[in-house]
Design a protein around this ligand. Structure first.
Ligand SMILES: [Mn+2]
Length: 365
């Protein structure tokens, strides 16, 4: 009985059957089939819902954009032009520790924007500052399936992290900084916590919840094609490349940003140095300085004249960093200033103490 079955299947031409069916379809069924095929494509190729979520947000924004009132900078300052670079990464939004959760994460980003704005205003007494670069370095979301017990260590789902909390917080940072600069150029890379599933699950490398956040920030700031916000199109620009790295040129210096999970060994160590020199040759475009996060350790160094800058995190009391990296520091992010003559002229941590005993930021708008 079993021996006759394969022949029957061989005789049956699926392609022919399918095209015969297709010819008999009514127009509605053809449209439905096409829609079905395109949805299936989006699910399997683009990866498990991330692009569907993005599509749904876009449809919602086509109807109604979030209300944002975009401020004008009061003055540009005097003296030679300077460009601030603000590196935000590893906000791990959604994660809970003893002293961190989503509300504290959002509070610290507000604190960061307010402290950055104050420093920019101060520097305007000696420099002209019109434009800021905002580097979003990945792990903006904590995710939910990065390691097996993670569901116990988060306060919101990855959907809320990537569609609501991070886009809201980052859009607030952008809008708040528009009160001190005319233009903001936003440069983005995705982190390992934004992966939709385990790194061995075979999802597309471009599919990442960080990227969903960035695209939603862009929609919140610019609106959609159908429903555009005219006052921000020229003032805020975005670079969200599909590659693991992003490049940004400030005056004569080209900065290379990655998330950092690609780095092997100790940062600043010999394996790291080899890898950094490898990227110098393997990445087609020439670059000068390397920016990354991931390690939750605020550090920098230079290697044969190229700077590397490792960003801190907004989170506090991270058991992983305590156990594995013996590091426990005040939450911080990086702010720099560049000018045409010298390139990078100032590099400073912005300490974030919102939510900590005796902390600042309660007053942050
Ligand atoms: Mn990471």
């Amino acid at each position: 009985m079993a021996s006759s079955e394969p022949e029957e299947i061989d005789d049956f031409d699926v392609q022919q059957w399918a095209s015969a069916q297709h010819r008999d379809d009514t127009e509605e069924i053809r449209v439905l089939k096409k829609e079905n095929a395109s949805l299936r494509q989006r699910l399997t190729v683009a990866g498990r819902g991330a692009s569907i979520v993005l599509g749904a947000v876009q449809e919602a924004f086509d109807e109604d954009l979030p209300r944002i009132s975009v401020p004008k900078p009061k003055k540009h300052g005097k003296g030679d032009e300077e460009v601030p670079v603000l590196h935000i990464s590893d906000t791990q939004m959604g994660k809970i520790t003893e002293t961190y959760d989503t509300a504290i994460g959002i509070g610290r980003l507000k604190e960061l924007a307010s402290k950055t704005a104050k420093i920019i205003e101060l520097r305007k007494s000696m420099a002209t500052i019109k434009e800021l670069r905002l580097y979003l370095g990945g792990d903006m979301v904590e995710g939910e399936v990065i390691f097996p017990h993670q569901p116990h260590l988060i306060d919101t789902s990855v959907i809320k992290q990537s569609v609501r909390d991070v886009p809201y917080a980052i859009t607030e940072v952008i809008v708040s900084l528009l009160s001190v600069v005319e233009k903001i150029h936003v440069v983005c890379v995705a982190g390992n916590h934004g992966r939709p599933a385990s790194k061995h699950s075979g999802s597309h490398p471009e599919t990442n919840w960080d990227t969903v956040c960035y695209e939603i920030v862009r929609m919140m700031v610019h609106g959609t094609e159908v429903n555009q916000r005219a006052d921000t199109l020229e003032r805020v620009t975005f670079n969200i490349p599909p590659s693991f790295y992003a490049l940004d040129t400030v005056f004569n210096t080209t900065n290379l940003m990655i998330h950092g999970h690609q780095i092997r060994g100790m940062i600043g160590g010999p394996a790291f140095a080899r890898q950094m020199m490898g990227w110098r040759d393997s990445i087609r475009e020439p670059w000068d300085n390397l920016y990354f996060g991931h390690f939750h350790v605020y550090k920098q160094g230079d290697l044969n004249g190229r700077w590397w800058f490792c960003n801190g995190t907004t989170e506090s009391d991270n058991d992983y960093a305590l156990e594995r990296l013996s590091s426990s520091t005040t939450p911080r992010q990086r702010l720099q200033f560049f000018n045409a003559k010298h390139g990078m002229i100032a590099d400073m941590p912005i300490f974030l103490t919102y939510g900590l005993a005796g902390g600042d930021g309660e007053q942050a708008a």
